[in-house]
Design a protein around this ligand. Structure first.
Ligand code: AMP
Length: 284
């Protein structure tokens, strides 16, 4: 079930390919929850074989981010994967992926850099180089696993758009499947980082979804000016919230919108008691 070595994954995959089986890849950083499981379920339904990768990718974290403390629950993750019908979990070490002295050495130097237009905004503004790290690891996983399908969550909407663009621009022969955001009963989008929230933090974090729901309602009533829509959000925020962004973009191109329309994607990032949370919704 668990493989840590690229060479072993390649052996398994090449046998499956010889047998004419389709392969789905679900890339994750572990600490799996129902959101991840929805992606896994989609892959298991769609493909003959499903590979889940669990890799906390160091090159997508900034120096002041939570790489060291990112939650690791590999035993529970393996159990969940087994019960969900996963065929293989690929969980390499950083040195397996990037060589012994990665980042600071010559072992690993080649990055996939997505277009600036997609990375001069939203999460990339506060996470410099984040999407270079994401595209690079995803490209490596694609090359190692060579899946027919790869499944990603709408939860990381900017990531999904960037990856779709990479696949299109570089003619990568993989179909990208996206899955809707899974939320808890109170509307909070599930995230491995929710574990960092205190009980009060969990309450304050509900503001993100409330803001999105309210924006959708306002749009339905006819308010389309995005400045006015941003203002409607302010009533949900207090001094426990640090709003990083609330933006309106085209759902395919990430182009900014001053007037919302049916193609608008609304994205929000807020720090709640210093835990960074993101959420988004299609305006209709
Ligand atoms: P992560 O482990 O956070 O890197 O996420 C791995 C994949 O799971 C990404 O494609 C995420 O978008 C997706 N994902 C994470 N949380 C959710 C959620 N609440 N609903 C749907 N997909 C999710």
């Amino acid at each position: 079930m668990l493989e840590k070595k690229i060479i072993e994954v390649r052996k398994r995959v090449s046998q499956w390919k010889k047998d004419g089986l389709s392969i789905g890849l679900v890339p994750t950083m572990g600490a799996l929850h129902e959101g991840h499981l929805s992606l896994i379920k989609k892959s298991v339904e769609t493909c003959d074989k499903t590979i889940v990768s669990i890799f906390v990718n160091p090159i997508q974290f900034g120096p002041s981010e939570d790489l060291e403390k990112y939650p690791k629950t590999i035993d529970a993750d393996l159990e969940l994967c087994k019960n969900a019908g996963v065929d293989l979990v690929f969980s390499p070490s950083p040195s397996e992926m990037y060589g012994e002295g990665h980042i600071l050495s010559n072992d690993f130097l080649t990055y996939v850099v997505p277009p600036y237009f997609y990375t001069d905004k939203l999460c990339a503004k506060s996470r410099i180089g984040h999407f270079d790290g994401v595209c690079t690891v995803v490209m490596k996983l694609f090359n190692i696993v060579q899946p027919d399908y790869a499944v990603f969550g709408q939860k990381d909407a900017q990531q999904l758009i960037v990856i779709k663009k990479m696949v299109k621009d570089l003619d990568i022969p993989i179909e990208i499947i996206s899955c809707p955001i899974v939320r808890d009963k109170n509307g909070l989008a599930l995230s491995s980082r929710n574990q960092y929230l205190s009980e009060d933090g969990k309450k304050y974090s509900l503001a993100l979804n409330k803001i999105l729901v309210n924006i959708k309602a306002c749009y339905k009533k006819g308010i389309t000016d995005t400045k006015s829509l941003v203002e409607t959000a302010l009533v949900f925020l207090n001094n426990h919230h640090e709003l990083e962004y609330l933006e309106f973009v085209d759902k395919n191109t990430l182009e900014n919108k001053t007037v919302a329309d049916g193609d608008t994607l609304v994205l929000i990032a807020v720090r709640v008691d210093n835990v960074r949370l993101i959420d988004n919704c299609f305006i209709i």
